[in-house]
Design a protein around this ligand. Structure first.
Ligand code: FES
Ligand code: FES
Length: 156
């Protein structure tokens, strides 16, 4: 790819405005990991199936392996890297206290999908939780502890 193919991309990433010089059709996950240096989005299938690469764009979960980076221009992108401030976020804390992960490869996607759900809805049901994480595959846990962690956040 020649440098002439690249365009400036300006976005807010985890609360900071950044400008990157990227090929517009490049997968967002690659631009975030390789150019912006955030490693929270994982690379699994690269096909939109596993959810490991999930990021939030304007508070909506997207599988960033199938999103061209140009779609993030002018928008707010959040990755797992930006979630904890001085302390873990509530969803991260719940995952920790419920032993919700083993290898952790799927964790970024699961956590971000649940963060989006709890931001978007005041009332969350078990079905909402199942729907929110339906696109995230976990090879290790059998999902029960992930669901238990999310259930612990209802009616707090
Ligand atoms: Fe993006 Fe699997 S790596 S969905
Ligand atoms: Fe290993 Fe989910 S904890 S893939």
């Amino acid at each position: 790819m020649s440098s002439a193919d690249r365009k400036h991309l300006s976005l807010t990433l985890n609360g900071k405005t950044i400008t990157l010089l990227s090929q517009p059709s490049a997968p967002l996950v690659d631009v975030l990991r390789d150019e912006a240096g955030v490693k929270g989005p994982r690379i699994g299938c690269r096909n939109g199936d596993c959810g490991a690469c999930t990021v939030l764009i304007d508070d909506e979960p997207y599988k960033s392996c199938i999103v061209a980076c140009a779609r993030a221009d002018g928008r707010e992108v959040e990755t797992l890297d930006g979630l904890a401030k001085d302390t873990l976020s509530a969803v991260q804390e719940a995952f920790w206290s419920h032993n919700a992960f083993q290898c952790g490869y799927c964790m970024s996607g699961h956590i971000l999908c649940l963060v989006a759900l709890f931001r978007q809805q005041d009332k969350v049901t078990r079905q909402d939780i199942d729907d929110a994480i339906a696109g995230n595959l976990c090879r290790c846990t059998g999902y029960q502890n992930i669901v238990n962690a999310a259930l612990s956040l209802i009616d707090r």
